[in-house]
Design a protein around this ligand. Sequence first.
Ligand SMILES: Nc1ncnc2c1ncn2[C@@H]1O[C@H](COP(=O)(O)OP(=O)(O)OP(=O)(O)O)[C@@H](O)[C@H]1O
Length: 620
Amino acid sequence: MPPDRDHDATPPVVTGPRHLHNLWRLRRYVRPYLGQLSCLLLAAVAATAAGIAVPMVVRRVVDGPIAHHEPGGLLRLGALALLLGLAEAVLIFVRRWTQSSAAVDLEATIRNELYAHLQRLPVSFHDRWQSGQLLSRITTDLAVIRRFLSFGLIFLIVNVATYLTVVGLLIGLHPLLGALVAAGAVPLFLISRRFRRSYLTASRRLQDQQGDLATLVEESAQGLRTVKAFGRQDEMADRFGAGARALRDTAVGRNTLLARTSAQFDLVPNLTLAAVLVAGAVAASRGELTIGELVAFVSLHLMLIWPIESLGWIIANAQEAATAADRIHEVLDTAPAIVDRPHATALHPGHVGGALRFEGVTFGYPGNPEPVLRGVDLSIRPGETLALVGVTGCGKSTLLSLVPRLNDVTGGRITLDGRDLRDIELASLRRVVGVAFEEPTLFSMSVWENLTLGRPDATEEEVRAALAVAQAEFVYDLPWGLDTRVGEQGLSLSGGQRQRVALARAVLRRPRVLVLDDPLSALDVHTEALVEAALARVLRGTTALLVVHRPSTVALADRVALLADGRIAAVGTHSELLATVPAYRAALSATDATATALEAPPARSGTSVGGVGTLGLVSR
Ligand SMILES: Nc1ncnc2c1ncn2[C@@H]1O[C@H](COP(=O)(O)OP(=O)(O)OP(=O)(O)O)[C@@H](O)[C@H]1O
């Protein structure tokens, strides 16, 4: 549970215009909504203009009908003020209505693209990144960006336009007093500059800590059984408490910063208002301003208070959005490492012979100086079943992962019917390679959906046959049969049941090449024998590469390869290697039980199930 793994992947906080670069890059998502956004901006600006016009009407009312006692003029101007008020209300409605649909659509578009990109990224990326960090990016960060595009950015533009218009009108009414109000921009600029820097650091920390906490919750939910079994609830609660406290402290610090700065922002227009009231009264008494102009001046000045007060919130929102854009681009900028080569062509399942060849294959995990595989040479004939044996951690699963290109070789090559796997279109390669892992992943969907993941068009008969091969007919006895929803990660099933469903899923694809990573390890010996017998019958002619630990299973393969020190140390039949390669014996006889099993023929080897003995795989 390394809490800081993600931080290795995140660059340090950048301030200044470069920091806004990633936010600016999001403009390509905004483009389709430019019409809507322009309409929304126009409505916002027009509503503000209508609001600004009201004090100017008031000025005319005071200096005209009121000063000259003309009730007729009062009615006309009153009606105009009413119209302006109505127009403002309608425009605000249009703005809100447009902004909600555009922003939500835009958020959905970015979210879909981010998700699709995550799917394209290689397994090694997901090994490195905490899932909570990805989760917080795809949920919280995108919501922050939506808020900015629909509120922050619009108000930033509207408020700046309001500020400039009002200050221009104030200067027009009384240049000196107007200049006094305009001078308030200097402290505002200084306060906002300082605020931007400190808020940025706090908001990045907060967003990262949210990701860390999400990871912690996800890990403890997934590992709940282990946590409970080891009685570590208190320790986990302490870890969560520490993370939550750190998050709270950062949030409080960030909010205090915002509150302090907002108070400073508030102070500026209120101080200038006090100065304007005093100086305005003096100017009016000297006849430099009419009463109507003074009323208009003060009313207009009051209109500046909200744009200035909201400045703190808008800057905060922009900083959070910029941070969110950074975090999102950290993912989007990661290029999918496993992609089609420029001239890759598709495989047609009907034309695949199934000759699989490893030629001088080397592989090392990113960031690991020592390669796991150091020149693997291995050839599997079409339709042959080859078992891979080796001590734990020697790289068997790693080697298997190279066949469906979950990882790519770092040296050498793997060929299928003589074609480098990298010259085959990835999607078509994965259609002909069936995979079942030792730790099967089932999704929180129905059994049927899990089974047909790779074959959505499978018929009921095909599903039934695949379930029979994997001895997984138990699914028909689940409360709702194949419609039963398995819990998250399939945890409502036993380990052996999950393995069998995953095997049925792999078989259902009718793969030309089958890669099985010890997929029967959780089965009892009897069920394993039944599965192997059925597998042998159904998959005759399929090239199979199996990682196996049980000697009984090894004996069923056509040939066996011993993986040691990152190379294939020996290849041959089980009995040949047993007789001539001590390392093979050692790899298999890790336990006394294994040794016993080796000496005596496996009890079930003579078992004939449905007319097909477990030796069916050998005899092919
Ligand atoms: N995602 C990964 N990132 C970095 N190193 C890894 C990763 N997966 C495996 N390794 C390392 O690669 C080596 C080979 O692991 P692998 O899982 O292939 O072994 P294995 O032979 O299948 O083991 P076992 O029999 O226990 O399943 C190990 O040293 C392991 O620590």
